[in-house]
Design a protein around this ligand. Structure first.
Ligand SMILES: Nc1ncnc2c1ncn2[C@@H]1O[C@H](COP(=O)(O)OP(=O)(O)O)[C@@H](O)[C@H]1O
Ligand SMILES: [Mg+2]
Length: 551
C-alpha cells in the first residue's frame, strides 16, 4: 500500500505485463465480489469498511470505505480490464507487489457479471464521481458524496443463467462471506468493520488488537484464552493450550496483510510450537500475520490470490514455530481445572445424604478444600457457616420465652413499614417479636426472641425490625437469614481448626447444600474430571513412559 493520501493514477497494463497475470475467473460467485471490493478498500488505506450483502450477495454486494478514493481523471479507467494504479507498467513490478490487488481485473469482472456502480471522492477533491458500468458500457457522472469510495454490485449473473444456476443457496454463501469478513477482521483488527446481511448487522468490530478481533469474531471466551505472539516477523495470537479444537478450522494466517489458505507446513509449525502442551490431534486457534519481503512471496499463483507461493517455506515455518514457542514460554500455562459443579440438591432425607468431608486445607482464608466420596470439594466457609447459624437460630427461636427489654425501645417507621406492622403484628408476636404502633410514626419494641437478643450484631434491634417489616413473604425467615449472615465467618477469620468446625456444623445441617439466601455452600470437582483434564486414561492410571521412574 502506498502511504500517501493522494490516489495514484490508474493506467492500463501493457499486454506484455497483463500476460503475466495468473489466468482464471476473478468473479465466479458473490464471495469473490466481497473479497475483491474489501481488498480494494484496504489498498486504499481505509480505516472504516462497511459491507452490505443482500440476497446471498446476488442481489447486492456493497462495500463502503473511507479510503483514498479515485481521482476524477482516472475514474473512467477503473472498470477497464487490466487497469490498475498499483503496478508500474513494467514486467518486473509484479515481483514487488505490496498491495492486495494488482491485476486491474476485479472491477472489470464485476461489471461483466453484474451492474457496477462506484461513487468515489478523494478527500482533497471537490465533488465526487459516479461510474456505472455494465458489460462494456461505462458511464461517468459528477455527483456529491463524502470522501472515500462506495462500490455496489447488483444483480450478479442476472444475464448469465448458466452461472446463476450453479450458485450456492444464499444462506450458504452468506455463511462463507461472514467467515471471509471475519478473517479480514482477524488480520486487520485496527480498522472499523461492519458486515450487514439483508439489513441486519452480522459482524461489527471497532479498532482493537488481535485479541479484540478474536473477541469480535469468536467471542470473549476465546479472546480471554489467547496469548500474544510477536517475534521474527510473526505477529498475532495463539490460544492457550486449554482452548483447542479437533479441527484446524480456526488457524488463520496472512502474508503481508493478505489472508491466505495456509500451507499445511505452517499449520504444522504452529502445532509443533506447542510441543507436548497440545494433546495429539488437537489444533489451537491462531491468528498469525507474517511479514515477508515482497520478493519472497508470490501472490500471483491463484486467481483468487488465496494461495501464495513462499520462496522459503521451511524458513518461514521455522520462524512461526519459534514465535509460537516463545509466546507459550512467556506464560504460566497451568490449564484451567474442569468446571466445578454445585451438586444437585438431593431431596431432604432424615440422615442427610451430605458426605463426610475431611478438611485438606484453607484457601484464601475464605474457602475450605476438602475430600469426600473420593472427590475434591470446595466449601465457601462463609456460606457454610451462615447456613449452620441459620439452622441453629431457627431451632432455638421457640426454645425459650421471649426476652422483655428492660426499657422498651422507640423506632421510627416509614408509612409502608407501619402498614406492614398492622398487617403482621400478630404473626411477629407468634415467634417472639413484640412490636406495637406508638403513634406519630413510631413503633415500640417490647420483647425479642431469646435466641436473637444476645447476638453480637451491630444495630441489632433496628436490623430485626427493618427486616421483619420489609417486603418479603416470610419475615421470620428473612430476619434469621439476615442475622445469620452478619456474624458468619468473614475472610480472614478462617484457620484450620475453625474450618474443621464449620465442616462439622455444615454436615449436621438439615439442608447443607445452600446458604439461607440460596447460594451454594459446596462445589464438587469429581476425581474423574481431574483425571480426564490431566489426560489420564483412568482415574487411578499412572502415566507410564517418559514419566515412569526407572528403577
Ligand atoms: N475502494 C477503492 N478506493 C480507491 N481506489 C479504488 C477502489 N477500488 C478500486 N480502486 C481503483 O480502481 C483500480 C482498479 O481496481 P481493481 O479492478 O480491483 O484492480 P486492482 O485492485 O487489481 O488494481 C484500482 O487499481 C484502484 O486504483
Ligand atoms: Mg482490486
Amino acid at each position: 500500500m502506498t502511504e500517501s493520501a493522494v490516489p495514484s493514477p490508474i493506467r492500463v497494463l501493457p499486454p506484455h505485463v497483463a500476460r503475466l497475470i495468473a489466468a482464471g475467473e476473478v468473479v465466479s460467485r458473490s464471495l469473490d465480489v466481497v473479497r475483491e471490493l474489501v481488498e480494494n478498500a484496504l489498498d486504499a488505506g481505509a480505516t472504516r469498511i462497511e459491507i452490505d450483502v443482500e440476497g446471498g450477495g446476488l442481489r447486492l454486494v456493497q462495500v463502503r470505505d473511507n479510503g483514498r478514493g479515485i481521482a476524477a481523471e482516472s475514474v473512467a479507467l477503473a472498470p477497464q480490464r487490466h487497469a490498475t494504479s498499483k503496478l508500474e507498467p513494467d514486467a518486473r513490478s509484479m515481483d514487488r507487489v505490496r498491495t492486495l490487488g494488482f491485476r486491474g481485473e476485479a472491477l472489470w469482472a464485476a461489471a461483466q457479471a453484474g451492474e457496477l456502480r462506484l461513487v468515489t471522492r478523494p478527500a482533497t477533491q471537490v465533488g465526487a464521481c459516479e461510474v456505472r458500468a455494465h458489460g462494456d458500457d461505462v458511464q461517468v457522472a459528477r455527483v456529491s458524496a463524502p470522501a472515500g469510495t462506495t462500490v455496489r454490485v447488483q444483480n450478479l449473473f442476472a444475464a448469465l443463467p448458466a452461472r446463476l444456476r450453479t450458485q450456492a443457496a444464499p444462506a450458504a454463501e452468506v455463511r462463507e462471506i461472514t467467515a471471509l469478513v471475519g478473517r479480514y477482521v482477524l488480520h486487520w483488527p485496527q480498522l472499523f468493520w461492519k458486515l450487514s446481511v439483508d439489513g441486519e448487522a452480522r459482524l461489527s468490530h471497532a479498532p482493537a488488537d488481535h485479541r479484540g478481533a478474536v473477541a469480535s469474531v469468536y467471542g470473549p471466551l476465546s479472546a480471554n484464552r489467547v496469548l500474544t505472539v510477536q517475534a521474527g516477523g510473526v505477529r498475532g495470537v495463539v490460544s492457550r493450550p486449554e482452548l483447542t479444537r479437533a479441527r484446524r478450522d480456526r488457524m488463520h494466517f496472512s502474508v503481508n496483510g493478505r489472508p491466505v489458505q495456509a500451507p499445511p507446513e505452517l499449520e504444522k509449525a504452529v502445532i509443533e510450537g506447542f510441543a507436548e502442551l497440545l494433546p495429539a490431534g488437537a489444533a489451537p486457534l491462531c491468528v498469525l500475520d507474517l511479514t515477508l519481503n515482497p520478493e519472497d512471496q508470490n501472490p500471483n499463483v491463484h486467481p483468487a490470490k488465496q494461495v501464495v507461493a513462499l520462496a522459503d517455506l521451511s524458513g518461514v515455518a521455522a520462524r512461526v514455530r519459534e514465535a509460537v514457542a516463545q509466546a507459550l514460554a512467556a506464560h504460566p500455562l497451568a490449564r484451567a481445572a474442569p468446571a466445578l459443579v454445585a451438586p444437585p440438591e438431593p431431596a431432604r432425607t432424615p440422615d442427610g445424604s451430605f458426605p463426610r468431608l475431611t478438611l485438606l486445607g484453607v484457601y484464601q482464608e475464605l474457602y475450605l478444600l476438602a475430600q469426600g466420596e473420593g472427590d475434591l470439594w470446595v466449601v465457601d466457609a462463609h456460606a457454610a457457616h451462615e447456613r449452620a447459624l441459620f439452622e441453629r437460630l431457627t431451632r432455638e427461636l421457640s426454645a425459650a420465652p421471649p426476652v422483655e427489654l428492660p426499657a422498651p425501645e422507640l423506632l421510627h417507621l416509614t408509612p409502608e413499614q407501619l402498614a406492614r406492622l398492622h398487617e403482621r403484628g400478630p404473626e411477629l408476636r407468634a415467634w417472639g417479636l413484640h412490636l406495637e404502633d406508638f403513634g406519630a410514626g413510631l413503633a415500640r419494641l417490647r420483647a425479642l426472641p431469646a435466641a436473637l437478643a444476645a447476638l453480637p450484631v451491630p444495630r441489632l434491634h433496628e436490623q430485626i425490625v427493618e427486616t421483619a417489616l420489609g417486603d418479603h413473604p416470610d419475615p421470620r425467615r428473612e430476619v434469621l437469614g439476615r442475622l445469620a449472615c452478619a456474624p458468619a465467618l468473614k475472610a480472614g477469620m478462617l484457620d484450620h481448626p475453625r474450618g474443621a468446625q464449620v465442616l462439622d456444623q455444615l454436615a449436621a445441617c438439615e439442608q447443607p447444600w445452600a446458604c439461607p439466601h440460596g447460594r451454594p455452600t459446596v462445589l464438587r470437582l469429581p476425581e474423574r474430571d481431574l483425571a480426564h483434564a490431566f489426560g489420564r486414561r483412568g482415574v487411578r492410571d499412572v502415566a507410564r513412559g517418559r514419566d515412569a521412574v526407572k528403577g
